[in-house]
Design a protein around this ligand. Structure first.
Ligand code: ATP
Length: 677
């Protein structure tokens, strides 16, 4: 993008969407919490863009989802608050002290910018902002690197804020601060995209809807919506990139979208997830005596490895985290290993495999604690500097030699995995390459007592417990005959982004306490007392509610933290930082909790507890377990920071309810509850 990008000079057959159109939708979104209303607004916005400004659809979707590109391409805006406040000073003529006073009252930079600019009379009108211009400007900011980057960023922000008017100023500023504060979460955007494209197909009323909040016409097309939503979501979980999905939709609509945007090497799919269980009995019950394989649940880092042979012979390899971040530069030793694999196997052209990377002792092959792995450098590691040896424990194969395997059973995928690759176990002479092995497993045919022994072995070898996987898919009618009751089918296919009953996890401490740990978001704290007077304690922790796109407070926690951790937390969440405020400036549902300070929700901690209780203060899962009370956690204990998780992947209220139901001995159904159904 040239530095002085001019929207009007961009080649385009259709007019570019005005930024005011998007802002209008954002204003409407901020006025509602109803999911139906949110979907209506987004659909009306997107159908307008599809019919009048199709070239603006991709940037509009990115701006709505508060991102600049797919998750697996790291694009950092890297904009400090000083640049934004300097721009606001410039355009409003207000002093920095005046702006600070305004900020202390409202707590939101968008509101401050809006108020500051509303008093300014512009003599020369600026040409209106367009959606692509705003998006491209953000990309330009992210590309400013090295000397003079600050100045260049300042110039772009000045230009944007100068051209913005009315509500645009508020939302542009929030976008620049990467805190849009509206509930346009991924699922809502995908649903709205599907509906907008249904409405854009011939035969439907494609007229642009001037009233953005108008309810959609659902008569006669509910089934069509459902089909389209299912299709887009199914495509997205296998290929989570709007960069490909949106051009494909614009080109030929929903028709054969799955074939045109397939699973592809180099683009990470959303990982399959395990459902928590409480005991081996529960596992046998949920799997209804069908054959399974119990595997070690290693405590390392999940790695989705994509590789393909290039004409030069050197394979193109990418490694993605559970959260789809590109970790390729973190693991040169794994890349080296894969080069070796390609060099020694003639019949291999491409694959995608699922594995856990675990720190090991290279001389004994013994599994090392997670902290060892966590100590490795994160980026741009040179293979000569690798100090902590790792083993790639492979457990699934999703793609092999140009063929997707997701629809195959786990038994078939596992056979292919084991016949295609060979272990490279410790100890080895040629150091610094990663080791490779299949996960250790025990088959259900060996009997329940063998599985129990296997669990003990897993724990002894520093694993978190077991992952229990159904080997063959079980259709619904067959299980009904067995059980004489209405039961769902049990899938053993690879289901991206779903916690199915085909993958069950059993953690080491299932006997006492909660069946699973929770991943929670710190959102506030109180001043500590006594020994903890200089620290924040307790800390207020929240679940992530995907329905509202916001954290919802769960419980206070003051145990499990070391003094070193308390000190670091106090320094990080200092009131002078961007992470802590006396005002509730970040969108969270607090229920009855009133902390002394509020934290910016941006990190995830793992939490354990004795059990889940009903609470009059918490609004987490309100209405799901009891109509008047939320759920909370008894004796919460901090375990560790989950650096591999973003707040949107923290535990949800429905996950908590599942554990609570298990705890109550109430099961939702014999087959368990599958997310995404
Ligand atoms: P947790 O907090 O338990 O790690 P999670 O939310 O990260 O859970 P889950 O689906 O609950 O993910 O558990 C599966 C995780 O366990 C995988 O993401 C993977 O990192 C890890 N794991 C370790 N061993 C295995 C295995 N044999 N099969 C599948 N996943 C495994």
């Amino acid at each position: 993008v040239p530095i002085d990008y001019d929207p009007d000079a961009q080649p385009s057959n259709t007019p570019l969407a005005p930024y005011s159109l998007l802002t209008h939708a954002l204003v409407s979104l901020s006025e509602t919490r109803s999911r139906i209303a949110i979907i209506n607004i987004l659909t009306n916005l997107l159908r307008t863009i599809i019919s009048k400004h199709p070239s603006s659809l991709l940037p509009a979707v990115y701006l709505l989802s508060n991102s600049l590109g797919p998750q697996f391409i790291p694009i950092e805006l890297g904009l400090g608050s000083s640049i934004i406040s300097h721009s606001i000073q410039q355009i409003s003529g207000l002093t920095s002290a005046a702006l600070k006073r305004m900020y202390n009252t409202s707590g939101d930079p968008g509101d401050v910018a809006f108020a500051a600019k509303s008093n300014v009379r512009t003599l020369i009108p600026h040409s209106p902002l367009t959606v692509p211009y705003v998006y491209e400007s953000l990309l330009k900011i992210s590309r400013c690197k090295g000397q003079g980057a600050g100045k260049a960023k300042q110039k772009i922000v000045d230009k944007l804020l100068l051209a913005a008017s009315g509500e645009e100023v508020r939302y542009l500023t929030r976008t620049l601060c990467q805190n849009l504060r509206v509930g346009a979460v991924r699922t809502s955007i995908l649903t709205a995209l599907a509906r907008a494209f249904v409405l854009a197909t011939p035969g439907h009323n494609t007229a642009v809807e001037p009233n953005i909040a108008k309810p959609l016409d659902t008569e006669n097309i509910t089934e069509e919506y459902k089909k389209a939503e299912g299709l887009i979501k199914q495509v997205y979980v296998k290929h989570p990139s709007y960069d490909q999905i949106i051009p494909a939709l614009l080109e030929k609509g929903l028709d054969s979208l799955a074939e045109r945007v397939p699973l592809a090497v180099g683009i990470p799919l959303l990982p399959m997830l395990g459902s928590p269980t409480r005991s081996l009995d529960e596992i046998y019950d949920r799997l209804r005596d069908n054959q399974f394989s119990a595997e070690f649940k290693y405590d390392g880092q999940r790695a989705q490895i994509h590789a393909s042979r290039t004409p030069s012979g050197i394979p193109a390899v990418k490694i993605f985290s559970r959260h789809l971040e590109d970790m390729t530069s973190k693991y040169p030793d794994v890349i080296g290993l894969l080069e070796l694999v390609f060099a020694t196997s003639d019949n291999l052209s491409s694959f995608i495999l699922d594995a856990e990377i675990v720190a090991i002792d290279p001389t004994t092959g013994e599994i090392q604690p997670f902290q060892k792995l966590a100590g490795r450098a994160r980026k741009d590691v040179n293979i000569r500097d690798v100090q902590v040896a790792v083993c790639v424990y492979a457990f699934d194969l999703m793609y092999l030699n140009e063929k997707p395997l997701l629809e195959r059973t786990f038994r078939e995928r596992r056979d292919l995995l084991r016949s295609t690759f060979s272990p490279r176990k410790a100890p080895q002479e040629d150091s610094n390459l990663a080791y490779f092995d299949f996960v250790e497993s025990c088959e259900s045919e060996e009997g329940k007592s063998s599985i129990e022994e296997f669990l003990l072995k897993a724990v002894e070898q520093r694993c978190e417990g077991l992952m229990v996987k159904l080997l063959d898919s079980v259709p619904a009618d067959e299980t009904s005959a067995k059980r004489n009751s209405r039961t769902k089918s049990l899938p053993s296919t690879y289901e991206p982004d779903v916690r199915t009953s085909g993958w069950l996890k059993l953690k080491r401490d299932y006997i006492d306490g909660m069946s699973d740990s929770l991943d929670v978001i710190p959102i506030g704290a109180w001043h500590g007392n006594g020994r903890k007077a200089q620290w924040w304690s307790p800390v207020l922790l929240a679940l992530w509610n995907p329905e509202t796109g916001r954290p919802v407070a769960l419980c206070k926690c003051m145990s499990g933290f070391s003094d070193v951790f308390y000190t670091a937390m106090r320094a990080k969440y200092s009131l002078d930082s961007d992470f802590c405020s006396k005002q509730p400036v970040w969108e969270c549902d607090l229920g009855g909790f009133k902390p002394d300070v509020y934290f910016k929700p941006h990190e995830v901690w793992e939490l354990r507890g004795a059990d889940i209780t009903e609470s009059p203060v918490s609004v987490a899962a309100l209405g799901m377990a009891s109509s008047t009370r939320g759920l909370s956690l008894r004796f919460p204990r901090f375990i560790r920071v989950r650096e591999d998780k973003s707040i949107e992947t923290a535990s949800s209220p429905s996950f908590l309810v599942d554990i609570w139901k298990n705890q109550q001995g109430k099961k939702t159904s014999l087959g368990g509850k599958d997310e995404g159904e």
